[in-house]
Design a binder for this molecule. Structure first.
Ligand code: C2E
Ligand code: MG
Ligand code: MG
Length: 514
C-alpha cells in the first residue's frame, strides 16, 4: 500500500517545497553572480589604482623632463644671447635691443646714441702676452663698460675686441660726449693681469638717432665708420659720425655688398701685365692684376675694392681665387712652351691675419701643379712695415715654400733699405711715382739710382714699375735696373691678349715633349 502511495507523496512534496527550492537556487546563483561582480570590480579597482600610480609616475617623469628641457632651453637662450667671456649681451641680443629701443624712440621722439668701441692695440696684447691675458683684459673692459652706463642702457660685445653701447633717453646729442669721456676714463685705469700692468685704451665712434640715420643697420655703419676715423685720427679718442663720412661709407657699403656677388657671378677677371728684362728687351714674366667688371658700374679699380675686401675679410677668398686662377693659367702657358715665364701675384698683408698664407700657397701650387720657384709674391712696403714682426715670420715661411718675394711700391713707405736685410726677399719694385719723374726730376733720378745700387749690393733684383716712355727706359738701362713693367710695353691685358703678346715677343709656343 505504502509503496503504491510513494509517487504521490513525492508529487505532493514537490508541490509543497518545489517553489522554495527554486528560489533557493536562484538566490544562490544571484549571490555567486554578485560575488563575481564584486571580484571583478575589485580587480578593476586594483587595475585603476595601478594605472593611476603609473600615470602619476609618468606625469612626474614628464614634469621632470619638462623642467629639464625648460632649463636647457633657458641656458641655450642665454648662450644664444650672451657672450660667454664677458657675460655681456652678444651681437644677437644687441641687435634685438637696438630694434626695440628704436621702435620706442620712434613713438616717443627721444634721441638714442649708438657707440662702437674698439680696443686699441689689442692684437699686440694677444700676440705678445698670450690669449689668456687678452681674454682677461676683455673681461675687465666688459666690466668697466657695464659699470659706467645706466641700467636702461645696453652694453654688448660684438666680437673680438669690439664693444657696443646703446644710450637711451638723450636730452641733447652731446650727452653722448659725456658718456664717451666717462668710458675712456674708466678704461684708462691700469689693469693687473698675470704680473703685467696694462693701460687699456679704446677708440669710440658715435652716431645719434634720429639725426644721423633712422635704421639700426645705418646707425651701425655710421658708428663703425666714426670709430675707424677715431682710431685713425688719434687713438683713445671718440668721434661723432658726420655727413662727410657718409658719402664715403655709402660707396664702401655698396662695394661691400656687391663684392660678395662678384665671385659668384663671375665678374672677376685677371689681367696680365708683362715684365720685361731691360738687358735683352724680352718678356720674362707677368704680374697678375685683379679686375672687377661690374654689370652696371663698369670696371671698378682694385685700388677701390681691395681695401673693402681687406676690411671685410673677403680678401682671404679673393686672394686665393686670384692665386689659383693665375697659377692655373700660367701652368697652361708653361706647358705650352713658355716654361721660363715667371708669374707675380700681389699679396695683401690683411691675408696674413686671416689665414695661414704659406699653407694656402703650398696648397694652391700643388693643386694647380705650378712650380713655386716660378712664382713671385708681391707685398707692399707699407704692409710689411705696418707689422714688421709678423711680416718677417710669414715671409720666412713663404721663402721656405720656395716662392720668390718682392717688395712692391718701394719708396712709398719708410724708404729704408736697412730693414730689407731682415726679410728673405729677392726683389724690389721701385714705385711708379719715382719712375714717372726719373727723366725730369733730379731727386727721383737720384733715388732710383740709389735704390738700384743699394738693392743690388744686397743681392736683390730691381724692377721699375710704371715705365711709360723710352726716356724713362733709357735712364733705367743706364743705372743698370734689371726689369721694367709699364704702359711703354703693355697695359695689363686679358689672358688671350697676353697669349698673343707672348707669341709676338717670345716666339711661337713650343710645347715641351714629355
Ligand atoms: P701694384 O701691385 O703696384 O700694380 C701696379 C699698378 O700700376 C697696376 O694698377 C697697374 O695697372 C698700374 N700700372 C702699370 N703700369 C703702369 C704705367 O705705366 N703707368 C701707370 N700710371 N700705371 C701703371 P692696378 O691694376 O689698378 O692695381 C692697383 C693696385 O691694386 C696694385 O698695385 C695692387 O697693389 C692692387 N692689386 C691689384 N690686383 C691685386 C690682387 O690680386 N691682390 C691684391 N692684394 N692686390 C691687388
Ligand atoms: Mg704689384
Ligand atoms: Mg706696385
Amino acid at each position: 500500500m505504502l509503496a503504491r502511495n510513494q509517487p504521490r507523496r513525492r508529487q505532493s512534496l514537490l508541490e509543497r517545497y518545489g517553489g522554495q527550492l527554486g528560489e533557493l537556487v536562484e538566490r544562490q546563483r544571484a549571490r555567486a553572480a554578485l560575488e563575481t561582480a564584486r571580484q571583478n570590480a575589485e580587480t578593476a579597482a586594483e587595475q585603476t589604482r595601478a594605472a593611476m600610480k603609473e600615470t602619476e609616475r609618468a606625469n612626474r617623469a614628464l614634469r621632470d623632463e619638462m623642467s629639464q628641457r625648460l632649463k636647457a632651453l633657458a641656458d641655450l637662450e642665454y648662450l644664444a644671447n650672451h657672450d660667454p667671456l664677458t657675460d655681456l649681451a652678444n651681437r644677437n641680443l644687441f641687435n634685438e635691443r637696438l630694434d626695440q629701443v628704436l621702435d620706442r624712440a620712434r613713438r616717443t621722439g627721444e634721441a638714442v646714441a649708438l657707440m662702437i668701441l674698439d680696443v686699441d692695440h689689442f692684437k699686440d696684447v694677444n700676440d705678445t702676452l698670450g690669449h689668456q691675458v687678452g681674454d682677461e683684459l676683455l673681461r675687465v673692459i666688459g666690466k668697466r663698460l657695464a659699470a659706467s652706463v645706466r641700467a636702461e642702457d645696453t652694453v654688448a660685445r660684438l666680437g673680438g675686441d669690439e664693444f657696443a653701447l646703446i644710450q637711451v633717453g638723450l636730452n641733447y646729442p652731446t650727452d653722448a660726449n659725456v658718456q664717451a669721456e666717462r668710458i675712456l676714463r674708466a678704461l684708462a685705469e691700469p689693469v693687473h693681469v698675470a704680473n703685467h700692468k696694462l693701460f687699456p685704451m679704446g677708440s669710440i665712434g658715435i652716431t645719434v638717432f634720429p639725426s644721423d640715420a633712422d635704421t639700426a643697420q645705418k646707425l651701425q655703419q655710421n658708428a663703425d665708420l666714426a670709430m675707424y676715423r677715431a682710431k685713425a685720427d688719434h687713438r683713445s679718442s671718440y668721434r661723432f659720425f658726420d655727413a662727410d663720412l657718409n658719402s664715403l661709407s655709402e660707396r664702401r657699403n655698396f662695394l661691400e655688398q656687391q663684392l660678395r656677388g662678384a665671385l659668384d657671378y663671375e665678374q672677376l677677371m685677371i689681367y696680365f701685365q708683362p715684365k720685361v728684362s731691360i738687358r735683352h728687351g724680352k718678356p720674362v714674366g707677368a704680374e697678375a692684376l685683379l679686375r672687377w667688371m661690374h654689370p652696371e658700374q663698369g670696371m671698378i679699380p682694385p685700388s677701390e675694392f681691395i681695401p673693402v675686401a681687406e676690411k671685410t675679410g673677403m680678401i682671404a677668398e679673393l686672394g686665393e681665387w686670384t692665386l689659383t686662377h693665375a697659377c692655373r693659367q700660367f701652368k697652361q702657358w708653361h706647358d705650352a712652351g713658355y716654361a721660363q715665364m715667371k708669374l707675380a701675384v700681389n699679396l695683401s698683408a690683411a691675408q696674413f691675419s686671416l689665414l695661414d698664407v704659406p699653407d694656402m700657397v703650398r696648397r694652391v701650387t700643388s693643386e694647380t701643379g705650378f712650380d713655386p720657384t716660378k712664382l713671385e709674391l708681391e707685398i707692399t712696403e707699407t704692409a710689411v712695415m705696418s707689422d714688421l714682426h709678423n711680416a718677417v715670420e710669414v715671409l720666412t715661411d713663404l721663402h721656405e715654400v720656395g716662392v720668390n718675394l718682392s717688395i712692391d711700391d718701394f719708396g712709398t713707405g719708410y724708404s729704408s733699405l736697412s730693414y730689407l736685410r731682415q726679410l728673405p726677399v729677392n726683389r724690389i719694385k721701385i714705385d711708379r711715382s719715382f719712375i714717372a719723374e726719373v727723366d725730369t726730376a733730379d731727386t727721383a733720378a737720384t733715388i732710383a739710382r740709389a735704390v738700384v745700387n743699394l738693392g743690388q749690393s744686397l743681392g736683390l733684383e730691381i724692377v721699375a714699375e710704371g715705365v711709360e716712355s723710352a726716356e724713362q727706359l733709357a735712364y733705367l738701362r743706364e743705372i743698370n735696373c734689371d726689369e721694367a713693367q709699364g704702359y711703354y710695353y703693355s697695359e695689363p691685358i686679358p689672358a688671350d691678349a697676353f697669349e698673343k703678346y707672348l707669341r709676338e715677343h717670345v716666339g711661337p709656343a713650343t710645347p715641351l715633349v714629355n
